[in-house]
Design a protein around this ligand. Sequence first.
Ligand SMILES: C[S@@+](CC[C@H](N)C(=O)[O-])C[C@H]1O[C@@H](n2cnc3c(N)ncnc32)[C@H](O)[C@@H]1O
Length: 386
Amino acid sequence: MHVAILGRQPALGMAELEQLYGASGVQWFSDNSACIDHPGFDFERLAGSQKAGRVVAELRGDWRQTSTVLVNAYVDAWQNHKGKITLGISAYGFHVSPRDVQKAGIVLKAKLKKHGVSLRLIPNNDPALSTATSHHNKLGLSDNHIEILIVRSANGKVLIAESVGSQNITALARRDQGRPKRDAFVGMLPPKLARMMVNLSGVTPPGRLLDPFCGTGVLLQEAALVGFDVYGTDLSPKMIEFSQKNLEWLSETHHTVSDITLDQGDAMTHIWEGTISAVIAETYLGQPFSAPPSPSKLVQVRDNCDHIISTFLKNLAPQIPAGTPVCLAIPAWRDSLGHFTHLPLTGRLTSLGFSQQTLEHVRKEELIYYREDQVVARQLLVLKKG
Ligand SMILES: C[S@@+](CC[C@H](N)C(=O)[O-])C[C@H]1O[C@@H](n2cnc3c(N)ncnc32)[C@H](O)[C@@H]1O
């Protein structure tokens, strides 16, 4: 069994896990962690989890009890260890100070020293090491670079896990900022969200994913990295050129071997050709806003987006087989009180030819990606052709 430490929006990370490993393969452990019991668990593929670890012990107790068990167990396990150990300890869900966590490491280090085993302890600025610290120290990636994740649920259950890695923020930043073509006006879909959307579709390679609003190709990039062939269309010929350049860059730098099809086309009328295993798209989101728009402006923008996206869905429905997964990021506007205005089409998906997938562990209202300072949020629709 593995435990995953979920990202900034835990519901999104959980939805991703449920789509990849099935509702019975995953369960909530605490507000920001989940257990995964599935032989195919692959942390590298995920975007909604910050870290994951293989569970090595389950117990109950507070930090004092847990840290005593921890120190004794690892003195036993490592007293004959060859080579220097780099160790990080991360505690989640305990009422402890970083110093308390650090202290467990210092005691362990002193006891191991008596056995001639040398240990470099990564300092804790917080009870849990940041993803950046774990990633930069390569924790979880070899026998000598270890992070112990200690996770406590609200009812006092504790999991001790050995990390299998943390989110590769260097690679994510490179895919975002290193690609040759970017366009601030079209928008900047973070690769992390794009990867989550590929995973939310629930399909696994081989297959061919279509993005009918492909823009600069962020979703196509993530789909290609997972191993899919990719098919992108966009109204703008410039965006098709940008996607082409970005996918060429990806195959040169990341050695992807996907078959690529790119065509200019209006998603409201286009006829797509060939096999389509799933459709993923960040649709047209309307104009960007830095402050909430006036009510009349909001209605105007909302109705325009609603028209484009519902006409696209009506066009798409007869072109794909029943059951084909469709994962869309559509706009929802946040007011100053944090309330959302949604597209009217979300209330008539059935008449457009689609059914919304029900997830067991996450309510569909929670599938919305935003930052506190954003007016235009991205609502994630996880659909199937009806
Ligand atoms: C929010 S952007 C998507 C950005 C994209 N995810 C990326 O990686 O760059 C929406 C895209 O939809 C395109 N678009 C707008 N209306 C369209 C339509 N009717 N048919 C197809 N594409 C359209 C725009 O040109 C733009 O590239």
